[in-house]
Design a protein around this ligand. Structure first.
Ligand SMILES: [Zn+2]
Length: 246
């Protein structure tokens, strides 16, 4: 049985019988894997606290011929989202859920993986998780090639810097003139500036970006529409987050 060692982000775990856990993880080099962690419920020696969602781990696992599930030998924590405190765990679950929704099985997704690790590191140094969530959603949709242009209105080519509206049927950002008769989500100039900045900087630098809270709220509404549109449903953890913030 080939043995692999490398880094991964834990996305989700389920209890499997009395003693084992099923672990879904995004490995850096080999994409999303499902594996069984034998004895993980009782023995904390090989897995410790490393199986919480969005934990960055070093893992060793064996792949078995004709089996979808790998067998986890051990998982060591490199960085835990628990260190962030506050609402950090709810956000960590949200980020892990989104990665789980978007990453296909057994297909290397190194950019998604690096996005996850960079956001986890930014959480650890205290960057506001609300900003990180908008950044994460923006990049996730961009990496899939489905984020609408923030540069110019697709109908009339007017630059969007003065504000835009997310039109809910096309899922484009239209200029205010073209969107005058549409029921869309208003994107104030500050929200568009935040996106332009997010396209340039690492998530650890988001703390220094000047953006008012109401612009981030409008961005949250726009991203919710885009995510539901592209995923066909809203991740469960997104609803949990909304309850925390309401
Ligand atoms: Zn226009």
């Amino acid at each position: 049985m080939p043995l692999f060692t490398g880094e991964a982000l834990v996305l989700r775990t389920y209890r499997l019988g009395d003693a084992d856990r099923l672990v879904v993880m995004l490995t850096r080099e080999r994409g999303k894997k499902r594996g069984v962690a034998r004895g993980a419920v009782r023995s904390r020696r090989r897995f410790g606290g490393a199986l919480e969602p969005f934990t960055h781990v070093k893992v060793a696992y064996q792949e078995r011929e004709q089996r979808d599930l790998v067998r986890l030998d051990y998982a060591d924590t490199l960085r835990s989202p628990m260190a962030a405190g506050g609402d950090g765990c709810a956000y960590a679950s949200y980020f892990a859920d989104l990665l789980d929704e978007w990453a296909p099985e057994n297909d290397p997704q190194e950019r998604l993986y690096r996005l996850g690790v960079a956001v986890l590191e930014a959480m650890a140094v205290g960057v506001d998780p609300v900003r990180l969530a908008r950044y994460f959603e923006y990049w996730l949709l961009r990496l899939q090639g489905v984020y609408p242009s923030i540069q110019a209105c697709p109908r009339c080519a007017t630059p969007l810097a003065a504000g835009a509206v997310l039109e809910p049927r096309s899922h484009w950002f239209l200029c205010r003139h073209c969107a005058a008769r549409e029921q869309g989500v208003l994107m104030p100039p500050a929200a568009l500036r935040f996106l332009a900045e997010a396209g340039q900087v690492a998530p650890g630098a988001l703390g220094g970006v000047d953006v008012p809270g109401d612009a981030l709220e409008q961005l949250a509404s726009a991203h919710r529409l885009l995510l539901v549109w592209h995923l066909d449903r809203e991740p469960r953890s997104a609803r949990v987050l909304r309850e925390i913030n309401s």
